[in-house]
Design a protein around this ligand. Structure first.
Ligand code: C5P
Ligand code: MG
Length: 162
């Protein structure tokens, strides 16, 4: 078996009056995130990690934010497309580990819903998906309540060609 890992990171600015989408789940909050698409910072980080593990570039190459087709787009479709691309190369996802860095709201109550939703999109057992949360302890833009960040590490495997 050939095993590959990919890393993804994203940040979006907080904005009042937008829905907060994290991992494909609508989270109750008095703010959302700014972005051309639905601004799902977690799905964007996972999409980059999937692409990275197969050395297939990054999300902006595949879905330019200058393209009106992706205006308000549900980020699920970015992740589904990345999955299709790595499958074309013979890869399957083995595991996804993530962290959302947000000062508020408390996200622990959404962990299982996010795992379940990501598992549906990635056609994986939720046991293979890890979702963690951290504050920034009041530091920097996340700590000041101006932004939310996400990080992801994705492990792929395929039958070795040799
Ligand atoms: O950032 P800190 O170490 O204080 O986070 C402690 C715990 O609080 C995390 O391990 C996580 O379980 C939870 N948390 C959360 N929602 C956040 C940030 C942290 O549920 N937005
Ligand atoms: Mg993004």
């Amino acid at each position: 078996m050939e095993v590959r890992t990919g890393i993804g990171w994203d940040v979006h600015r907080i904005a009042p009056g937008r829905p907060l989408m994290l991992g494909g789940v609508r989270v109750e909050a008095e703010f959302g995130l700014l972005g051309h698409s639905d601004a799902d910072v977690l799905i964007h980080a996972i999409t980059d990690a999937v692409l990275g593990a197969a050395s297939l570039g990054d999300i902006g190459q595949h879905f330019p934010d200058s393209d009106p087709r992706w205006s308000g787009a549900s980020s699920d479709q970015f992740l589904r497309h990345a999955l299709a691309l790595v499958r074309e190369q013979g890869f399957e996802i083995v595991h996804v580990d993530t962290v959302i860095i947000a000062e508020r709201p408390k996200l622990g109550g959404y962990r299982e819903a996010i795992r379940k939703r990501l598992a549906e999109v990635l056609e994986l057992d939720p046991e293979r998906i890890s979702v963690k949360f951290k504050t920034a302890e009041g530091l920097d833009s996340v700590g000041a309540g101006q932004a939310v960040q996400a990080q992801a590490v994705v492990t792929l495997q395929r039958e070795s060609s040799k």
